[in-house]
Design a protein around this ligand. Sequence first.
Ligand code: NAP
Length: 251
Amino acid sequence: MSTQKVAIVTGAARGIGAGVAKRLASDGMAVAVLDLNEDSCAGTVKAITDAGGKAIAIGADVSSEESVSAAVAKVVDELGAPTVLVNNAGIIRDNMLFKMTVDDWDAVMGVHLRGAFNMSKACQKHMVDAGWGRIVNLSSTSALGNRGQANYSAAKAGMQGFTKTLAIELGKFGVTANAIAPGFIATEMTAATAERMKVSFDDFKAAAAKEIPVNRVGEPEDIAHLASFFASEGAGFISGQVVYAAGGPKD
Ligand code: NAP
């Protein structure tokens, strides 16, 4: 039987998730590239297999318990029991509070919080059975508060409490849970924000970089590096932590 570890990365068709999936594959893991639409995962899967790694595409909606349970069963069948989970799938529905609809609120909570809950619950039994596991959750600097993001900041702060609780409950089974809270990362998500604010993405990134101590915006690889660390064998004594990866201090 193969000893290759199996990882699931949600929202891995593009952006940070794609960067994390590629990195975990180059670290030697077999990776389930999960996103809403299975076809959209093809680019990430191809990049991994072209580089000599192992990956499969999985279409699933993390906010649906049924969809998640079918997806995890498929991963078990095709790759083996998942012992690394990166809860990265996310959406934004930004608006000032007085304009934010209940649908905007529920959609964001559904993907980030219910999604991370569904995925973690479905995967934890495989980690507990293996006596080893790594859960990495994507929070955000928006957890500290951000204008126009009442829904998203609440969800991302929620991810931190969720992470700490998983760390407490699952630690005795060899499972760690940690959160990454990125600052500005150049992806379609931040490109969409630039478009909504009617500025070019280049101008938007340049303005953001001026406020960041390391003088640049982040790239998916910056986050993938930290996810790789949290998922590694040697990180077993680090659990329940939130690391801000934002090119400078945040707290
Ligand atoms: P992105 O480019 O928008 O990618 C997010 C991916 O998640 C998309 O492929 C999207 O699929 C998928 N997704 C959305 N809803 C889903 C669902 N219900 N089930 C499965 N997959 C779903 O975003 P990103 O910038 O890479 O962000 C990744 C994570 O990092 C998110 O949790 C985000 O909140 C967090 N983050 C990002 C930044 C940043 O600056 N970019 C900063 C802090 C935190 P579709 O395309 O089909 O919708």
